[in-house]
Design a protein. Sequence first.
Length: 270
Amino acid sequence: MRAVTEMPIDVAARITVLFADIDDTLTNEGLLPAAAYDAVERLTEAGVAVAPITGRPAGWCDMIARMWPVAGVVGENGAFYFAYDRTRRRMRRSFAIADAQRAADREKLARVRARILAEVQGAAVSADQLYREADLAIDFCEDVPTLPVSDVDRIKRIFEEEGAVAKVSSIHVNGWYGAYDKLTMTRRFADDILGVDIDAERDRIVFVGDSPNDAPMFGFFPNACGVANVLAFQGRIDAEPAYVAEREGGHGFVEVANRILDARSGRSAA
């Protein structure tokens, strides 16, 4: 991983789309810094399409798509995208799995939930579970005392032993049934809403993330960036970003945004 300041000017100047995780990428210790939100707004005003790509629930994503200066949101690790048409005042929602199958999958996840809570002491269902459409989120440090890595790995194994897909974020282990992830739904969102073929235009797109569940995005986008806290997952992540910020969380995100904006405006000299 190279420093964000080493991203070539010509590379940064041609970025037209920025995707970013939320928790510990846009936030710091659970709070969204004003500087990070301002960076999102500045990118959007400069003509860079911004979309959060998150593990957070549908309830949160509806609000973000409506109220943040973004083109849309991919949520629950790729279970859906939401995009709000401000002219027509209509929310566009697209799900990876049909309604009936999601309902059946939730019943299977209820059994997984019972097993995890019985077998991993200190784990808890995430506080935002009520607002989820497709996955089960197990909290290992957000609202509970931080569990050891061995317990986090155990939670992930239980999901997988039950036939579910499982991904580890900086705060939750998320599990679901279905062949999708952040990248698959980002591809659909980009095509439907942005009119962008990410396979053909990946060098004009930056993804910013911080944790193992961002690995599909890190591996796909050649100019992917990590905020500094991604360094804590070295050796436990399938793919690493090309660049890394000096600072953690939202303040690291601002570094990435500034590199792109400065290059697009011709202010950057290195």
